[in-house]
Design a protein around this ligand. Structure first.
Ligand code: 4NP
Length: 153
């Protein structure tokens, strides 16, 4: 069982997109039983909120539902529970380390660092460009799954 927690600032756009894309990928690969996948926020602002409608529509364009999501904040307990804590951008990592008391087990990584174009996932909050976020998230999740299958994390 591999347990993956995706993390962004608010847990209403980027990290839930990654959560539901990754769930879709493992489902289609027949590996759903081998994964536990969730997402969380570093800030408290959006707690309890569903996926932001434009992000929900982008997922729906690709046949992916995010029904039932409610934003929640990362906890230090998550650090014990999950094998991988995957951030959407560098700024998240700092806040994740503050909440979790560091990263002694080396579980924290940026999603696009699994691709051949390391960097931050496009933030749609101010640009409204959810297509760019979709491209980053779907490529990152495919590369992350390939890495897990290769290395057997
Ligand atoms: P997310 O998007 O971190 O991808 O869920 C954002 C959500 C809320 C805000 C910024 C980004 N905000 O400033 O409230």
């Amino acid at each position: 069982m591999t347990k993956i927690l995706f993390i962004c600032l608010g847990n209403i756009c980027r990290s839930p997109m990654a959560e539901f894309v990754m769930k879709d990928l493992v489902e289609k690969a027949g590996l759903a039983d081998e994964f536990q996948i969730d997402s969380a926020a570093t800030c408290r602002d959006e707690i309890g909120n569903p996926v932001y409608p434009p992000a929900r529509r982008k997922l729906a364009e690709h046949g992916i539902s995010c029904e039932g999501h409610a934003a929640r904040q990362l906890t230090a307990q998550d650090y014990e529970e999950y094998d991988l804590l995957i951030s959407m951008e560098g700024a998240n990592l700092k806040n994740m380390q503050r909440i979790c008391g560091g990263d002694p087990a080396g579980k924290m990584h940026r999603l696009l660092d699994y691709t051949d174009r390391p960097g931050d996932v496009a933030d749609p909050w101010y640009t409204g460009d959810f297509e760019a976020t979709w491209r980053d998230v779907s490529e990152g999740c495919k590369c992350l799954l390939a890495e897990i299958e290769k290395s057997g994390i």
